[in-house]
Design a protein around this ligand. Structure first.
Ligand code: SF4
Length: 487
């Protein structure tokens, strides 16, 4: 139950790798549960094991039983990754809420796999307030039960689902898991609040500049992958074929903007920004972008007026004007957060369009009807990125994706890959190499730094002394579970 934070030195690279691996599992597990609310415990567990193998193999995390990792290594990596994410997700109530729910679910599933002996070992180590019933009492209190102070189980007492005797409540093993999970939640919640209060003090002053941004970015980065390879790999986009490419490969947010632009011969600033940066991201050269926008704005806007009013902004987005910043395309959380008034078309259509309009828009993409309904239902529940994933599956007739769409460029890259592989297979050729964009799209962007050293534990002297010391101090009361006094 993560009673004690780890206190060892690790490289920044490992620090980040472990955190991202755990985050991938938590996020994909959450998406799976949202998409399949009626899965059995066994199916959920199977999925969890599958995700662990996918993301954690080779990290020393959760792969016990798989080749190359001992149980001790698993425990160590589990502890480090939990505490790094705790540090990243303690900073706002929303982040804390998400992390707590995701970790509690992970813990619940793990606890359910323990054997009776492992339950007893676990309770002895982490929740000693839950005592196995001594042998000499078994004749009196029958069955497979545990003993706990009745004050800890008021719901069971009020529901008459426990035996009360001598100030103790006797709880069956089946009823134990929710109680222990509740203790877990309380402990992690307290630890998160304490960490949030002392966040800045958690970093040694000498490494504050380097470590704080990395930890903060873990929560913000949200597994948005690096799609910089998209433009290189599928660099066949020009003003002339853009509508054709859009019809096959663009996610709804971008195809919606393309349609509005073509129909109205204009887009407001928010729409122009969203679309320009995306088109840049898929590899449309700046000169082609200028050509495309100029021709789309005509005849409503003359070429001369376009050059005066709009061309600067496009060049600016390509980093050729002003501060010459190389702006990148927006990801889904950013786009979903956009609001707009009447006449605006930017933002995420799964959030902004009413159900009738959304159904019609998906129908125009030739999305499978069942998937249209799934997308509409996910959008109604506020799961816009899962809705987009369902639409992708319905448009491309592919099996279910593990996660929601995280960026329009991800949708585009996946669409190009699926279509290219089908075309190659139909032509009897070999599918394109799987390196390049797919490799980039497969995992979250990382900013590893193999040279420096990090520690997920308290600050202190670095053994060996050669590596930079970038420790995270141990919070005074970051104790999870534990005795009745601190649980
Ligand atoms: S989920 Fe993302 S990619 Fe899909 S439509 Fe919304 S913003 Fe676009």
């Amino acid at each position: 139950m993560y009673n004690t934070p780890p206190s060892e030195n690790i490289t920044l690279e490992e620090f980040e790798r472990l955190a991202l691996a755990r985050l991938s599992v938590l996020k994909e597990m959450e998406a799976y549960k949202l998409r399949h609310p009626n899965k059995t415990e066994k199916e959920l567990l199977d999925k969890l094991n599958q995700l662990k193998l996918k993301h954690m193999k080779g990290t020393g995390l959760g792969s016990s039983g798989a080749a190359g990792s001992s149980r001790e290594e698993d425990i160590r990596a589990d502890l480090i990754s939990h505490y790094v994410l705790r540090l990243a997700y303690c900073r706002t109530p929303e982040l804390r809420k998400w992390f707590l729910a995701a970790e509690a679910e992970l813990f619940r599933l793990k606890f359910g796999t323990y054997s009776p002996e492992e339950h007893e070992q676990f309770l002895a180590a982490h929740a000693p307030q839950y005592r196995p019933v001594p042998d000499d009492e078994l004749g009196v209190v029958m069955g497979d039960i545990k003993q706990v102070s009745w004050t800890r189980v008021p719901e069971l007492v009020s529901g008459r689902r426990v035996l009360l005797r001598g100030g103790w409540a006797y709880v069956s093993r089946e009823a134990l898991a929710p109680l222990v999970v509740a203790e877990f939640r309380t402990g992690v919640s307290k630890g998160l609040s304490e960490m949030a209060r002392r966040w800045r003090q958690m970093f040694p002053a000498e490494e504050e500049q380097r470590l704080q941004p990395l930890v903060a970015s873990l929560a913000n980065r949200s597994l948005v992958a690096d799609y910089s390879g998209v433009a290189t790999r599928y660099g066949d986009v020009s003003a002339a074929n853009l509508h054709q490419v859009s019809a096959r490969h663009f996610p709804l947010c971008m195809s919606h903007l393309m349609t509005a632009l073509h129909t109205e011969r204009h887009l407001r600033h928010g729409g122009r920004q969203q679309l320009t940066l995306f088109l840049k991201g898929i590899g449309l050269p700046m000169e082609e972008a200028l050509l495309f926008w100029r021709s789309e704005f005509a005849p409503r806007t003359t070429g001369e007026a376009f050059d005066k009013q709009y061309a600067y902004n496009i060049r600016h987005n390509y980093g050729r004007e002003g501060k010459r910043t190389d702006y990148t395309a927006y990801n889904c959380p950013t786009i979903v957060g956009f609001s707009g008034g009447p006449g605006d078309h930017h933002g995420c259509p799964y959030r902004r369009l009413d159900e009738t309009t959304l159904r019609a828009a998906l129908g125009r993409l030739n999305c499978d009807e069942r998937k249209v309904e799934e997308a509409v239902s996910k959008a109604r529940a506020g799961h816009y990125q899962l809705a987009c994933a369902a639409a992708f599956e319905g448009v491309h007739r592919v099996p279910e994706m593990d996660v929601g769409i995280s960026a329009p460029l991800q949708y585009y890259a996946e669409s190009r890959r699926v279509c290219a592989e089908r075309e190659a297979a139909a032509a009897g050729g070999v599918p394109p190499a799987t390196a390049g964009v797919d490799a980039a799209a497969a995992g979250p962007a990382t900013a590893g730094n193999g040279g420096a050293q990090a520690s997920a534990g308290p600050a202190g002297p670095t053994p060996g002394g050669a590596a930079a010391r970038v420790g995270v101090k141990r919070p005074a009361e970051a104790v999870v579970g534990g005795t009745p006094g601190n649980a």
